[in-house]
Ligand binder design. Structure first.
Ligand SMILES: C[S@@+](CC[C@H](N)C(=O)[O-])C[C@H]1O[C@@H](n2cnc3c(N)ncnc32)[C@H](O)[C@@H]1O
Length: 368
């Protein structure tokens, strides 16, 4: 049982083992090094069981099912999440024993089974976009003795004929919160999802409360990283060749280490851009790509403090990054949990600091 599981979930974690929901072939994932080769239950039952009972995520599908073979594929497209993250999310969902819950992203069916153990089979609806994954989850749920409704379809539309829900939990990363979710959760209900911007692959758990007026608002609750909803993947753009550029030196160097909160927070402020970090033996490069007008920037620091910047195209992306870093520093370097989001039924997403009234203005972005 994950140590972070709250007491009211302990029995569910004891009675509903993750191993019951995993396919014969899995790719164990190590959060510090990434995915390894596949482990097959028939050829290596001990390694399979270790992965199933371990603390790490287990990948169950690559490349939307197109990938075959034992090596990792390109993009992982289904998994059973890490038990501690599953427990954290269930704790944040704050369900009562008779709550009606919609899950978007059935995956293996494990989370749906945990929910069903707590609130009853009839109160759980789960929706999965991939027909093969949905069918496998349905079989696993039946094997585990659960009668949960599994819907095959795009969870961005919710499942209207099961609404209203008291709780909606999304187990895939979201870049734009669909209005359908606001419409299908009752007033006072909770929507819990991993939210992030197209700036990076980072997500943070966002716990929204649906208000009487049809909006939903709430705070970020700590970082996570999820595979994204299929229609909301935003691959990093490339740097188009041939753009006019200028080179200059600076000593400004925003934080770049993995899981540093600035990477997520920068995306809330610096809109219409994508960011990646390249590691060198003796330093790093911050890459920035425009998602609006053609443009990219590479800022390289090797060894000492000097940073060499090449800024190409119509956007001064490095200047925007520096302004975003200055904005964050002047605020006293607030952490992720001081930010929140309000979503309106018209699709507007308003990021705020400390209080919903204090909406932050995104950095000025040419070409938007
Ligand atoms: C991290 S896995 C979910 C883990 C799952 N809750 C479990 O207990 O195993 C994310 C799942 O979301 C699914 N997904 C992606 N986009 C979706 C969409 N638009 N609607 C429904 N499911 C989606 C993926 O196919 C994948 O199976």
């Amino acid at each position: 049982m994950p140590p972070s599981a709250p007491p009211e979930w302990a029995d569910a974690f004891r009675q509903v083992p993750r191993a019951l929901f995993l396919p014969e072939r899995v790719w164990p994932y190590d959060r510090s090094v990434g995915a390894g080769n596949a482990v097959d239950r028939t050829s290596d039952p001990e390694a399979w069981q270790r992965a199933a009972e371990g603390d790490e995520p287990v990948i169950t599908q690559w490349d939307d099912g197109a990938h075959q073979g034992v090596a990792p594929g390109r993009v992982f497209s289904s998994s059973a999440s890490a038990p501690d993250l599953v427990a954290d999310m269930l704790a944040l969902l704050d369900v009562s024993p008779e709550a009606r819950v919609l899950e978007v992203g059935t995956g293996t069916g494990w989370n749906a089974a945990l929910l069903a153990h707590r609130v009853g089979d009839a109160n759980v609806v789960t929706v999965e976009v991939d027909p093969d994954i949905a069918a496998a989850a349905e079989r696993a749920l039946v094997r585990a003795g659960r009668k949960v409704r599994v819907v095959t379809g795009d969870g961005a539309f919710g499942v209207p004929d099961g609404a209203p829900y008291d709780r909606l939990i999304v187990t895939a990363g979201v870049r734009a919160i669909p209005a359908a979710w606001l419409g299908q959760v009752r007033s006072g209900g909770i929507i819990l999802l991993p939210y992030g911007t197209p700036y990076s692959g980072d997500d943070a758990l966002l716990r929204l409360t649906r208000r009487e007026d049809g909006t939903a608002s709430g705070r970020f609750r700590g970082q996570a990283r999820f595979m994204k909803l299929r229609a909301q993947r935003s691959p990093t753009p490339t740097s188009p060749p041939g753009l006019p550029f200028r080179d200059f030196a600076t000593d400004v160097w925003p934080p770049h280490t993995p899981w540093h909160p600035f990477a997520f927070i920068a995306g809330l402020h610096l809109r219409g851009a994508a960011h990646a970090v390249q590691e060198h033996e003796d330093g790093h490069t911050h890459w920035l790509y425009s998602r609006t007008v053609p443009g990219w920037t590479a800022a390289v620091r090797r060894g000492g403090d000097e940073v060499i910047v090449r800024q190409a195209g119509e956007r001064a992306l490095w200047d925007e990054m520096v302004a975003t870093h200055a904005w964050w520093s002047e605020l006293g370097e607030p952490g992720i949990d001081r930010f929140g989001l309000t979503v309106r039924p018209d699709g507007a997403h308003l990021v705020w600091l400390d209080e919903p009234e204090n909406v932050i203005a995104p950095a000025a972005t040419p070409g938007r």
